[in-house]
Design a protein around this ligand. Sequence first.
Ligand code: UDP
Ligand code: MG
Length: 316
Amino acid sequence: MISVVIPIYNEGELIHRLHREVADVMNGTGRSWEVIYVNDGSRDNSLDLLRSKHETDPKHVVVVDLSRNWGHQAALTSGLSVARGEAIVMMDGDLQDPPRVILDMLSEWDKGWQVVVAERSSRAEGGFRALMFPLFYKMLGFMSDYPIPLNAGIFGLLDRKPLDSILNLTETNRYLPGLRSWVGYRTTVVYYDRADRAEGEPKQTFWKLLKYGLDAIFSFSYKPLRLTLFVGLISASFLMMFCFILVVCRLLDIGLFGQPVVFGYTSTLISILFLGSAQLIGIGILGEYIGRIYDEVKRRPLFIIDKVYRAPADSA
Ligand code: UDP
Ligand code: MG
C-alpha cells in the first residue's frame, strides 16, 4: 500500500481539485493506496470538506484533525505517524507539488531506492519569495555539516524503513528535508517543475518560514557557534602582529603612518584588542560545549542500520 500525506491549513477552495488530482493519479497506479489529510487547525471549511471526502471514499481517505494549528512540519509528522503504507509520499496541499510526479517516485521506489527526493528544476513563485528561497538554500548548503539536497522541500517518497527511522527521532524543532537526508538510506532524485500555488495565499507566513529556515540551519550545524571561535582566533593573531609593531614603534620612538606615536595609544589599543579577542575565544569555547550539549539533548541515534547480512545461526 502507498500512503500520501498532505497537510491542510485553510485550503478550503482547493480541496476538491486537490483530491480529484491525487485520486486520479493514485487510481492510475493500480496499487492500493490511502491519502492522509492532516487538518492543521484550519479556520475555514477545510475540515468539513475533508470529512465529506472521507465519507464518500472511506477506504482511501483518512482525515487526521489536529487540536490546533501546529505548523507544517508537525502536521506532516502526525500524518506520517498514522500512515500504514510500505511507501509514504509527503506533499503540500496547494498543488505546488504536482501529484503526477508520484508516478516517477513510485517507479524509482520499484527499482529499489528507499528515499526519493523530488527536486525542483524550476520555481514559479514571484516577488520576495523568488528572491529569498535561492539565497536561503545557498546559505543552508554552506552552513550544514553534511549535504542536504538543495532545491528540495518535503515533496518525496520514503520507504517504510527510513520513515520509521525518522519517526524515532524525538527532537522538537523539525526540519523534515534535513532529517530525511540525515537518516541516510539509498537515496535518489526526481526532477519536476514547481508550479505556483493553485489558489489562495501562501499559508506559511513570513515568520513561520523564518522559523523553518532557522530550524534548518541550527538543527543541522553548529558552524554558527564555531564562527565565534574562528573570528576570535583571527583577531587574536592580528592582535599579536599589531602589538609587535606598536611596541617596536613605541620603544624606538618612530612614528606610525608618519605621525608620532601618541602617549597612551599603544597600551589602550593593546588592551582593547586583547580583551576583545579573549572574549571571542572564550565564547567560542563555550560554543563548542554548547554544540555538544545540543547534540546530546537531540538524542539522535548514533547510527542507523539498514540491514545485516549474516548467515543464520544453525549454518555456522
Ligand atoms: N500548512 C499547514 N500548517 C501551517 C501552514 C501551512 O499544514 O501552519 C500546509 C498548507 O496548507 C500547505 C502546505 O502546508 O498544504 C504548504 O504551505 P504553503 O504552500 O503555504 O507553504 P510554501 O509553499 O510557502 O512553503
Ligand atoms: Mg505552497
